[in-house]
Write a protein that binds this ligand. Structure first.
Ligand code: AP5
Length: 594
């Protein structure tokens, strides 16, 4: 029996810290509360909001072939890496003193969350105390939020302890966040253990000491020093092991900018090397940055001309992370379909793309891939002179149920921080908003809604409906919506107006659908795929392994409507099509909505 990789479990809600609660529909400002950060640390002070005046900007259609050149003194962007206790924190203190960069240490941020007893801290604690890595979605959202602050943009940044896995490195790559230099401190294992066990921290100044190497200056300081919970010999060994497992994969991302430094020397000598590297970089950075934008026609033009050049489903889709080529393939595929539908005057559209990296039910789900997809679509329509509003729902509900789906945590901030090109699209042709009637401005031409979804006890549909009513005939495109009602903890569904809500959810027309097929209950091997791109039929593909070791998809059948599981099974078994079978109707259809 085959199964589609549909999602069934409910979304997790992260509740908001009361100090950061905000009314998403009332202001176009940033949403600092997609994660419940505590308010007592510097990165939580009021965020600098980018306000887009909806009334004032001019309507300018970007010219095709436009080139924008600029000359700026860009600040330094530095990553420092190394095994536990290799001296990253110690060197960061010195780097900050000399270069004034904003020091972002994931270890420090997480420890701050733990000591404040926030929800994130409570989640992170058990991982940190056992020397394991904290889950990527927590750390990545935290880092991207911090990197997006104005001070980091202006002064430059020094990222310490991130990325710590290949997936984290890829998340940054997808957001076009790349350092100028990747410094790796190299220290032998036996030294590291001694450094950890002897390390002490001053909770007042944040200074790092070592009982032997860098003893505290006075008895008073000595008396207040604390030891980190993960600085026991046993935990250090486990942290070291995890570091080694990940180091090579991360380095491969930054191989061209890696500088390995001998960290087993006095700290001043180490800093001398780092100092000369960074000083040289600063000199080199009197920048001549010329970025070609929209050189030979927009991506939309390419989309239309590529329409007939489809080259088949990419192979090795279970190999994660997906290569850039595979991601680009899907971005283009979605773009072409969306473009055709909008050009045909369709206004209520949905894109459902369920490759492993875009399936929130799989461990390999990557928010960066979703963001990249959204950026490709939005920029392409903007290239064609449309004003696009990219919308992410804000926090929903009240009291204990207040929060937003985990899948969307930090999304709005990530969108705002992304590189939207050098020709000023952001703020004019692209705006970031929330979901709701108030978000619809007169000058908006279309709306892209990022994974709108219900959370337990909270329904997004009323806000969605308000928004589509206000949008009128302007296109609204839902990217990977999840509009099924979710049962509460007692297993009870929201019943009030449920039929109406489901009917509304079904009123969005599919303009793109892609889903891999697996045997029921498994995610390996891939058996096939279903693909639909507007205005064509649903195509069912079977995957086969070739003797050469390669794999291939071949077309089994096509369907006017999305095929049911029975129809898929029959096609795989080679049974003739039951022509009398009726379409499954609204309820069957909705069970397939994400
Ligand atoms: P984190 O705090 O980043 O720990 P770490 O990487 O293990 O590094 P350390 O802080 O232990 O050491 P360091 O290199 O900064 O050395 P220091 O300068 O203090 O992360 C902690 C935990 O948070 C992780 O285990 C994980 O659970 C979680 N986490 C963090 N980031 C994450 C992410 N991205 N994803 C998932 N989870 C994440 O120096 C050490 C000692 O040596 C000091 O006593 C110092 O005085 C001494 N010393 C320094 N330099 C010298 C020298 N040259 N000679 C002699 N002694 C020296």
């Amino acid at each position: 029996m085959l199964a589609t990789s549909s999602s069934s479990s409910s979304s997790t809600a992260i509740s908001l810290h009361p100090l950061t609660n905000y009314n998403a529909s009332a202001t176009p400002s940033l949403n600092p509360s997609s994660l419940s950060f505590s308010s007592s640390y510097s990165y939580l002070s009021p965020l600098s909001f980018r306000l887009h005046s909806s009334k004032t900007h001019l309507r300018i259609t970007p010219k095709k072939g436009l080139r924008v050149s600029c000359s700026t003194n860009e600040p330094l962007k530095v990553m420092i890496s190394g095994a536990p206790a290799s001296g990253k924190g110690t060197q960061c203190e010195l780097i900050v003193q000399k270069f004034g960069l904003v020091h972002i240490s994931t270890g420090d941020l997480l420890r701050a969350e733990v000591s404040s007893g926030t929800e994130i801290g409570n989640k992170a604690k058990e991982f940190m105390n056992s020397g394991r890595l904290v889950p990527d979605e927590i750390v990545t959202a935290m880092v991207t939020v911090r990197l997006s602050r104005q001070d980091a943009k202006e002064k430059g940044w020094l990222l310490d302890g991130y990325p710590r896995s290949f997936a984290q490195a890829q998340s940054l790559e997808e957001l076009n966040i790349r350092p100028d230099i990747y410094i790796v401190l190299d220290v032998p294992d036996e030294i590291l253990i001694d450094r950890c066990v002897g390390r002490r921290l001053d909770p007042v100044t944040g200074k790092i000491y070592h009982l032997k190497n860098f003893p505290p200056e006075s008895e008073e300081i000595k008396a207040r020093l604390v030891t980190r919970a993960d600085d026991t010999e046993e935990k250090v060994k486990s942290r070291l092991e995890i570091y080694k497992q990940n180091a090579a994969a991360i380095s491969s991302t930054y191989s061209s900018i890696t500088n390995k430094i001998d960290g087993n020397r006095p700290k001043e000598m180490i800093f001398k090397d780092i100092d000369s590297l960074l000083s040289q970089l600063l000199k080199d950075k009197t920048v001549k940055s010329v970025k070609p934008v929209l050189q030979t026609g927009s991506r939309l033009d390419q989309a239309s001309s590529n329409q007939e050049k489809w080259r088949g489903i990419p192979t090795r889709l279970n190999n994660i992370p997906h290569s850039r080529e595979i991601r680009n393939y899907f971005y283009d595929d979605v773009l072409q379909a969306t473009q055709r539908a909008v050009n045909d005057g369709r206004t209520r559209l949905k894109v459902e793309i369920n490759i492993p990296e875009l399936n929130p039910e799989m461990d390999v789900y990557r928010i960066g891939t979703l963001m990249e997809l959204v950026r490709v679509i939005a920029l392409s329509f903007a290239d064609d002179g449309k004003r696009v509003k990219v919308c992410v729902q804000g926090s929903m509900g009240e009291g204990a149920l207040a929060g937003m789906p985990l899948q969307l945590a930090g999304t709005r901030k990530i969108l705002e921080f992304m590189d939207w090109g050098n020709y000023g699209a952001m703020g004019t042709f692209i705006k970031i908003g929330s979901i709701g009637a108030k978000e619809v401005d007169e000058e908006d031409d279309m709306f892209i809604l990022v994974a709108p979804q219900n959370a337990v006890g909270n329904c997004i549909i009323d806000d969605l409906r308000g928004m589509t009513d206000a949008a009128g005939k302007r296109p609204v495109i839902l990217i990977n919506p999840r509009l099924k009602d979710l049962p509460g903890s007692s297993g009870i569904m929201q019943t009030m107006g449920r039929d109406k809500r489901l009917e509304y959810a079904a009123s969005f027309e599919s303009c793109y659908f892609f889903r891999l097929l697996y045997y029921a209950g498994t995610q390996y091997p891939i058996m096939g795929a279903i693909r639909m791109t507007y205005p064509y039929d649903y195509e069912l593909y079977k995957r086969v392994d070739e003797p050469s070791g390669k794999e291939k998809y071949f077309s089994l059948s096509t369907f006017k409507e999305r095929p049911t599981i029975d129809e898929i099974n029959d096609a795989f078994l080679g049974k003739p099509r039951n022509k009398d079978k009726k379409a499954s109707g609204i309820w069957g259809f909705l069970s397939g909505v994400f």
